[in-house]
Ligand binder design. Sequence first.
Ligand code: MET
Length: 345
Amino acid sequence: MFETSIAGSLPKPAWLAETNKLWPQWRAEGDELLQAKADATLLWIKAQEDAGLDIVCDGEQSRQHFVHGFLEQVEGIDFEHKVKMGIRDNRYDAMVPQVVSALRLKGRVHAFEAQLARAHTRKKLKFTLPGPMTIVDTVADRFYGSDAEGRVKMAFAFAELLNQEALALQADGVDIIQFDEPAFNVYMKDAADWGVQALERAVQGLSCTTAVHICYGYGIKANTDWKSTLGDEWRQYETVFPALARSSIDQVSLECIHSHVPPDLMKLLAGKDVMVGVIDVASDVIETPEEVADTIGRALEFVPKERLFPCTNCGLAPMARNVAWRKLQALAEGTRLAKERLVTA
Ligand code: MET
């Protein structure tokens, strides 16, 4: 009960990449970079285990960014000529690569870090991939056409590639494959109309546990500014949760602590495991065990205890390393307290 995990990413050590950045530059090249990625992956696996998490991740140490890491292994994408594009409905500008021809995987995307992680932990291993709709929102298109039809076509093309990599990750021994779809909270109607279907294409044939993560973004300024415009009640999840409840996806990861999401929206996920965000990634203040346990307690009003998985609101990538480390501990300690409360209730 209450198995703990994170949304996926952790800060990169200063010897691997620039710190406190969402799109950091690597500090090394070639074999040296590969070795640094491996070392950072092992370091964070150990840290997650030491903190007492039940399900561990590779911390996304081998990818520059949660979307572009996947795209780097896709043929048909021009990384040489990146363009500036407003992403997440123009919330912020990012330098994005361009889709210039038909899409195909160059080969395996995450074999190195998935196999490394699998060889070094006996804990359940979760692996994250970007979702098709979020990829479409983080790349410039010069091939599929920018109308709605083109976007859907491109999403399904990416879904097929994601599916190939997901099947291979399953064969590597990954227990849970999570697709990150923050775009579901931005284009809610599209998410319900075709985003979930594209996700279904990505999980086709998988027998491991499947998950989707939907949040209000990292703790960067563009996101905290956006959140301040969303009012007192954030009901974005209301449009897509019913479609997810009808889907074959096993688990849904959502933002909870310090958010204005009405917790009763979790009721819309009946029949699914719910990864509840009990750690705020937009604040360096470390949650107390009481705060974490209280958040779990609020979620328990709407999620059966055997379906509740305490998690972080989003990735910890742009944070300071020591803050992230203490947040892992807070997640585990608070969850322990929530379990105790349940026994003594
Ligand atoms: N797996 C990604 C992370 O943990 C999710 C990002 S959603 C903005 O960083």
